[in-house]
Design a protein around this ligand. Structure first.
Ligand SMILES: C[S@@+](CC[C@H](N)C(=O)[O-])C[C@H]1O[C@@H](n2cnc3c(N)ncnc32)[C@H](O)[C@@H]1O
Length: 233
């Protein structure tokens, strides 16, 4: 499964305290401490930062390895971690806010899945609850037409990370070269959706409170990510 291997190296590759602070400030600008469900929490960096600011966090991820990474850094914060698919929230109850942050939504590959996902989120929010998520921007498709390549060494491995795009998809390929000669690879596929279509589907279940590009540019503009804050109808 994706992230089984990457989980071990995820923080070393992408952890960024400044970015975590930006995510937390973005949430806090629209939401006071309350009961929050975070979907696809990964290694729990944002989860933990929110818990430290007084949010009551339940956080899930489909990767057991990512959940283990998150649990390992728990510093006494009362966070409930679950290994679960975000497309089925059955049995979790209702929350005042639901989050799906930092490139996690992009793993929903089919338009029908997206619509079902929005409905599932809607059904697990309390009345007037808020849904925060981000997506790749359309500009990313253009950007990765030229392959991105990064190589390096972390812990006991050399690695290669490449990103390319084709049609509506972004492909991320990781290879980890172990000292004993084995190579472990992970191939990730992510989808990029037209924001106009997302807005149309979102409005079936939510009132859109705010859309920005890259946190602070109002509306859909040139940039890397679109950020949505939506209120349950
Ligand atoms: C780019 S990481 C982001 C993790 C975290 N949100 C962060 O801010 O670092 C994407 C995460 O989405 C998770 N994921 C992908 N599809 C999922 C699904 N259907 N249900 C739950 N988690 C999923 C992966 O396991 C991975 O941890």
């Amino acid at each position: 499964m994706i992230y089984d291997t990457l989980a071990l190296y995820y923080d070393a590759l992408v952890k960024d305290d400044q970015a975590t602070l930006a995510w937390v400030n973005w949430i806090q600008s629209s939401l006071s401490p309350c009961r929050v469900l975070e979907l696809a929490c990964g290694s729990g960096e944002i989860t933990q930062a929110l818990a430290q600011r007084g949010y009551q966090m339940t956080a899930l991820d489909q990767s057991e390895s990512m959940i283990q990474q998150a649990k390992a850094k728990k510093k006494g914060d009362p966070i409930q971690y679950l290994c679960q698919d975000m497309r089925n929230l059955c049995g979790l109850g209702n929350f005042e806010a639901i989050l799906c942050l930092c490139d996690s939504f992009n793993y929903l590959l089919e338009p029908q899945e997206v619509q079902q996902f929005f409905l599932e989120v809607h059904d697990h929010l309390t009345e007037n609850g808020l849904f925060f998520f981000d997506t790749h921007s359309l500009d990313r498709l253009q950007e990765f037409q030229e392959e991105f390549n990064e190589t390096g060494h972390i812990f006991d491995v050399d690695y290669q990370w490449s990103i390319t795009s084709e049609e509506n998809y972004i492909y991320q390929d990781f290879a980890f070269y172990k000292e004993d000669g084995t190579v472990i690879e992970e191939h990730h596929m992510q989808r990029v959706y037209d924001p106009a279509w997302l807005i149309e589907i979102l409005e079936l279940y939510f009132t859109i409170e705010k859309i920005t590009t890259d946190f602070d540019q109002e509306g859909i503009q040139e940039g890397e990510k679109y950020f949505f804050v939506c209120r349950r109808k």
